[in-house]
Design a protein around this ligand. Structure first.
Ligand code: AMP
Length: 392
């Protein structure tokens, strides 16, 4: 039995899963949340039961110790498990990391140096790596980057039309994110279409709290909606997605907002939240059903943006075999799927209402030139698979 521990370390949380490969079975999973706050929360589910504990967790090292204690309590005993690898999610790999990478001191230094591009994520990812390397010194640690799947974007797709020195000296280009999800879901979609990844062109709509879309031609990502940072593209829970950069200059001059104010507003107070007061799609739907006009507009803006990207990416691909929905909203919300694809019939995207309500995997009408699919994403499984492939 081969087991891989996947660690997703955020600024105030460590989420983890112990996976058995190749079955993909989750032997145990859990999360340590609210690290550094007055009361932390640990939840763990293992073969011997569940653990839930509320106590202060001072830092990531304490979080890792809490995780180990939960394994000791509800299993499995990590000392008795032969870990083939620890796979770490790292958000930004810059131009340096375009594939899963064995963690060394030098790799840690480069991940740290990329923090300018992902200040909220890379330092937190790195903390998780550092404490896990201390706890599991004899196990190979593999960094799996959110940006890596998009490293194949051709220059005309990843280049911003901005001054040369910005591009040359400051790494200003499009990188794309959610790569492990887009990689996994595009591969699974090919399988559902009974083809190899090399034989299909798919558009993957990852609609979660963060949201992004990618165009994958023959297994190779050729376009994606997120850019230098995860702010560009679709409307998200709290992020604006595309806005005219002129908005920033206008508010800087007219309202005196600082760069930090604007960063905070566009990343944390915009999107569905900025439009309706709620960032969660389920809450938004409840508001709409109670007649809330702001919520209705928020859904219209959200779905219009998705539709616009689907049309654009069909143009990029030339021929599209499938449009695929994934992540929290994409997998669960038939209303969003239907609304977003309305009017694309003449482009060959024809949804079947009943199939869509039933949830898939195929939700297009029989004979629709473009198949529409719902495919659950599994980023942890993809990280574990990629980490294992590297070490074996
Ligand atoms: P994620 O980031 O993938 O966990 O997705 C979070 C988003 O998915 C939130 O906006 C949730 O409201 C939405 N979501 C999760 N489950 C459902 C569901 N059953 N119905 C509608 N939306 C859902």
């Amino acid at each position: 039995m081969t087991q891989v521990l996947v660690v997703n370390s955020g600024s105030s949380s460590i989420k983890y899963r112990l996976l058995d490969l190749p079955s993909g079975h989750a032997v145990a999973k859990g999360a340590v949340e609210r690290i550094g706050e007055s009361e932390g929360l640990l939840t763990h589910r293992g073969p011997a039961g569940e653990v839930e504990r509320r106590e202060p967790v001072a830092d990531h090292a304490a979080g890792m110790r809490a995780m180990l204690a939960a394994f000791a309590e509800a299993g499995p005993d990590l000392a008795a498990v032969h870990l083939a690898a620890v796979g770490h999610r790292v958000v930004h790999g810059g131009e340096r990391f375009t594939a899963p990478t064995l963690v060394t001191d030098e790799v840690c230094e480069v991940i740290a140096s990329l923090s300018d591009l992902a200040p909220l994520h890379n330092p937190a990812n790195l903390k998780g790596i550092q404490v896990a390397r201390e706890v599991f010194p004899d196990v190979p640690h593999v960094a799996v980057f959110d940006t890596a799947f998009h490293a194949t974007l051709p220059p005309h797709a990843h280049t911003y039309a901005v001054p040369r020195e910005w591009r040359a000296e400051y790494g200003v280009r499009r990188y794309g994110f959610h790569g492990t999800s887009h990689a996994y879901v595009s591969r699974m979609s090919a399988r559902l279409l009974d083809c190899g990844p090399a034989d299909v062109n798919v558009i993957v709509l990852h609609l979660g709290n963060g949201a992004s879309v990618s165009a994958v031609r023959g297994g190779v990502c050729v376009e994606t909606s997120m850019g230098l940072t995860p702010l560009e593209g679709l409307v998200m829970g709290t992020r604006s997605g595309d806005v005219d950069p002129g908005v920033i200059f206008h508010l800087r001059r007219a309202a005196g907002l600082t760069v930090d104010d604007l960063d905070d507003a566009l990343n944390r107070r915009s999107g569905l939240l900025g439009l309706s007061g709620v960032n969660d799609m389920r809450e938004l739907i409840k508001l709409i059903d109670n007649g809330d006009e702001d919520a209705r507009l928020a859904l219209d803006v959200y779905c219009h943006r998705v539709r616009k990207y689907v049309g654009a990416y069909m143009a990029v691909l030339g021929h599209t075999d499938a449009v695929v929905f994934t992540a929290g909203v994409g997998e669960n919300n038939a209303r969003v799927r239907e609304h977003a694809l309305t009017g694309l019939g003449d482009l060959g995207v024809r949804l079947d209402h009943d199939r869509n309500e039933r949830g898939g995997p195929v939700i297009s009408a029989p004979g629709s030139p473009v198949t529409v699919l719902v495919v659950p994403t599994d980023e942890e499984l993809e990280i574990a698979t990629q980490a294992l492939a590297l070490v074996s």
